[in-house]
Design a binder for this molecule. Structure first.
Ligand code: AHM
Ligand code: MG
Length: 335
């Protein structure tokens, strides 16, 4: 990039050129970006900041909360409560929605987040992240309830994630392509480092937790078996495998150099559609991936078309390079 464009400048330009960012949405993005900076500081402190290890509590999904899960959740809530841009928030780490308290003005947006994605990687110093999704509260009924959040992902006004890795990178879509910002630690600014991000339609790299192979449904098993057969099999080419076990890091790699990511349904817990959560993991990532020319399905339909029935609903996720996701999705079609 020839000149340094800050996140604020980018948002102002988007507003001027495309008229696509109402003031409340702009404030919301800036506040989330600022909160991610604070989370990055805690992540970087690690053992020195006493932020590693378990918080000694479980979340609504029955998962043990890490200290950083709890800290990140608090940072995002505190940062977003007072600005007048939000009606309510929902999080992987909270059982029910958090309505903006009466002492603050209520805004028109709803914010959902996974405050610290990839929790199992916190203590081992591997990339982790924050994922967020923005919906508009529809209708003029007073108050806000969980039902206001249950909108299909195609209605997202914005989505993004921040990856805390060797660099701290914020990836954002407002429904007009995907832009990446890198945190300049010397100035504390988010600087635009890539825009118009595109995922290559073909790839020779897949990401899936291979230890679950024996539990998968036949279409996923067939797809991976064919990849593993490499040059000698029906695909006629070798595939490479990567699995960070932080969705943010795996999706970030796919945005950077292509690939397919899958966390499919498996028979360990047959009643669960998948491990990942629709509203604050799959939907924002699906929006970003589609905006970068990739696709995202649950094996039978576009993720962004799923009408949610529950805040913490889970979903099977197949996303990334178009031709590969189309192939494995086609394997799911009834014969
Ligand atoms: P988390 O939100 O509790 O961190 O869980 C979600 C994470 C994803 O980031 C990642 O893709 C997946 O869980 C890894 O799961 P596994 O440990 O089964 O491979
Ligand atoms: Mg997560």
């Amino acid at each position: 990039m020839s000149k340094n464009v800050s996140l604020t400048q980018y948002l102002v330009e988007q507003q001027r050129e495309h008229g696509r960012i109402p003031a409340q949405l702009r404030l919301l993005i800036e506040v989330v970006a600022r909160a991610c900076k604070r989370i990055a500081i805690s992540v970087n402190k690690g053992a020195l900041g006493d932020v590693l290890g378990s918080a000694g509590t479980d979340n609504v999904q029955g998962e043990v909360q890490k200290k950083l899960d709890v800290i990140s959740n608090e940072v995002l809530i505190e940062a977003n409560e007072w600005g007048g841009h939000l009606a309510a928030m929902a999080s992987e780490e909270m059982d029910s929605i958090h309505v903006v308290p009466n002492r603050y003005p209520q805004g028109e947006y709803l914010l959902l987040f996974d405050p610290l994605d990839g929790s199992s990687n916190i203590d081992v110093n591997v990339s982790i992240g924050t994922i967020f999704s923005v919906l508009r509260k529809v209708g003029h009924s007073p108050g806000v309830s969980e039902a206001d959040f249950l909108q299909p992902g195609r209605h997202q006004a914005a989505a993004g994630y921040c990856v805390y890795g060797p660099q701290t990178t914020l990836v954002l879509t407002l429904g007009n392509g995907v832009a990446m910002f890198t945190l300049d630690r010397e100035t504390g600014s988010w600087l635009l480092t890539q825009k118009g991000v595109q995922i290559s339609p073909d790839t020779q790299e897949f990401a899936i937790n291979m230890s679950n192979l024996r539990h998968w449904a036949p279409p996923v098993r067939r797809y991976i078996d064919e990849c593993l057969a490499g040059k000698d099999g029906v695909r006629g080419k070798d595939f490479n495998m990567r699995w960070v076990a932080s969705m943010v890091a795996d999706v970030h790699r796919i945005l950077s150099r292509g690939g397919i990511f899958m966390y499919p349904w498996d028979q360990r817990e047959p009643e669960k559609p998948g491990k990942l959560r629709l509203m604050y993991e799959a939907n924002p990532m699906a929006f970003i991936v589609e905006q970068a020319g990739g696709i995202a399905t649950d094996g039978s339909q576009r993720i962004l078309d799923i009408v949610p029935t529950k805040l913490h609903q889970r979903v099977s996720v197949l996303l990334g390079s178009r031709n590969e996701v189309e192939r494995v999705t086609a394997y799911h079609a009834p014969a």
